[in-house]
Design a protein around this ligand. Structure first.
Ligand code: AKB
Length: 357
C-alpha cells in the first residue's frame, strides 16, 4: 500500500490561521458508491474531498478530490498521518468486503468490515476532540442485516421495518449490524464511565442499502449483483446465467437514488431524526421481471437461470421488501426511479452509451 508521502506538510490555508484544512473523508472511494459520491459532492461545490482506497483512484476521480491516498483502513499509521494533515469534519465510510466475497474469507471480512469501521470511529472521535467540532459519520449498512428464516416467513413479512428480523445469516450482514451498533455506541455512550468523557463528539447516521444498480460500474462480490450482472451482460451482448431463481425477490434502487439518499440523510436536521439507521429502497422486482425489462430493451440478450444454491439461500434470507416510511417522514427520502423508470430514464440510455464507446 502507498501511504502519503512521508513528510507531506499538513494542508493549511491563510484564512484558517495556519490550522489544517477541513476535509470530507471518503473511504472505499474507488468503489461503486464512492465513484458516484465523489462526483455528486464535487457537483455540490465541495472542494475538500479526501479519498482513501486500497487501489489508486482513476485520474478523472482524483481530479475531483483535494487529495487521494492508497491504503488500508486497518492501517492505523496511515489514518494517524491523515489526521495530522486534515481536520476531518465528515466521513463517508464505504470501504467493505461484500456478502459473497466475505463468505470465502469471513475472518478477513470481519477484520476489514468491523476492524476498519472501529478505526474510523476512533479517528472521528479523536478528530472531534482535537478540533472541537462534531464529526458527521455516514455509514452505508445493508439489507444483509436481515435474516428471514424461510420463504414463507419472507413473503408473509412483506416490507420489513428496521427493528424486525435482524438476525443475519452472513458474515457481511453480521458485520454491518455490528457497525450500526458501534456507531450508535460511539455517538451516544462512548467512554460513558470515564471522568474525562466528552459527549456529542460524533453524529452517526446510517442507511440500509438494498441491491444497488449502476450504469457506470459493475458490482463485485455481492449477492444482490445478479440484477446488475444481468443488465450489463444483456446490454453488451454476453449471455448470462443468473445465479438465483426466477421468483427471487429483494429490494433494489439505482445508484443515483442511493447517492441522493445518502446526501439527503447527511444534510438532514439532526432534530428531525428519530433513529440513526434507516431503510431505503425503491423497487422490488423478481429476477424474472428484471429479465423482462432487459429483453424489452435488448431483445437479443441470452439470459438463463441456473441457481447457485448457497448464494440462493443468502438472497432468500433477505427481505422481499423494506418499509421506508421512517426515511420518508424524517428526512424526505424520495427515490426518482421505480423499475420502469430505472430502465427507461437511467440504465438503458447510459449503458447503451457506455457499450457503444
Ligand atoms: C451485497 O450484495 O452483498 C450488497 C448488499 C446487498 O449490501 N450489494
Amino acid at each position: 500500500m502507498t501511504a502519503p508521502t512521508p513528510g507531506r506538510t499538513p494542508a493549511t490555508s491563510p484564512d484558517r490561521g495556519g490550522r489544517r484544512n477541513t476535509a470530507i473523508l471518503i473511504t472505499g472511494a474507488g468503489g461503486e458508491v464512492g465513484h458516484g459520491l465523489i462526483s455528486s459532492l464535487h457537483g455540490l461545490g465541495h472542494r475538500n474531498i479526501v479519498a482513501l482506497d486500497v487501489k489508486k483512484l482513476r485520474r478523472d476521480q482524483r481530479e475531483l478530490c483535494q487529495d487521494s491516498f492508497e491504503g488500508d483502513i486497518c492501517d492505523n499509521s496511515l489514518l494517524e498521518r491523515l489526521l495530522a494533515m486534515y481536520e476531518i469534519t465528515e466521513i463517508y465510510h464505504l470501504a467493505a468486503l461484500l456478502s459473497t466475497r466475505a463468505e470465502f474469507t469471513p475472518e478477513t471480512a470481519h477484520a476489514v468490515n468491523v476492524g476498519g469501521a472501529l478505526n474510523l470511529l476512533r479517528l472521528a472521535t479523536e478528530q472531534a476532540r482535537s478540533h472541537g467540532e462534531r464529526v458527521k459519520f455516514i455509514f452505508p449498512s445493508s439489507i444483509a442485516v436481515y435474516g428471514l428464516p424461510d420463504l414463507e416467513t419472507k413473503f408473509r413479512a412483506g416490507a420489513v421495518k428496521e427493528d424486525e428480523y435482524c438476525r443475519p445469516n452472513t458474515m457481511y450482514g453480521c458485520n454491518k449490524l455490528t457497525c450500526e451498533n458501534l456507531g450508535r455506541y460511539y455517538a451516544d455512550h462512548y467512554r460513558q464511565l470515564a471522568q474525562d468523557r466528552i459527549e456529542g463528539l460524533l453524529d452517526f447516521r446510517s442507511l440500509r442499502f438494498p441491491g444497488l444498480i449502476s450504469s457506470e460500474t459493475l458490482p463485485s462480490g455481492g449477492t444482490s449483483d445478479f440484477a446488475s450482472e444481468m443488465i450489463h451482460a444483456g446490454a453488451s451482448g454476453k449471455s448470462y446465467a443468473c445465479f438465483v431463481r426466477q421468483d427471487t425477490r429483494i429490494p433494489f434502487m439505482t445508484m443515483p437514488d442511493a447517492i441522493d439518499a445518502m446526501l439527503k440523510l447527511a444534510a438532514a436536521e439532526e432534530s428531525k431524526l428519530t433513529r440513526c439507521v434507516y431503510n431505503v429502497g425503491s423497487f422490488n422486482p423478481s429476477a424474472e421481471q428484471i429479465k423482462d425489462q432487459v429483453m424489452r430493451y435488448f431483445p437479443d440478450a441470452e439470459i438463463t437461470f441456473e441457481p447457485d444454491l448457497p448464494r440462493q439461500e443468502i438472497v432468500d434470507s433477505w427481505p422481499a421488501d423494506v418499509d421506508v416510511s421512517a426515511a420518508k417522514d424524517d428526512w424526505g427520502f424520495a427515490p426518482v426511479h421505480d423499475l420502469s423508470r430505472a430502465f427507461a430514464d437511467y440504465l438503458v440510455p447510459r449503458i447503451k452509451a457506455r457499450y457503444a464507446e
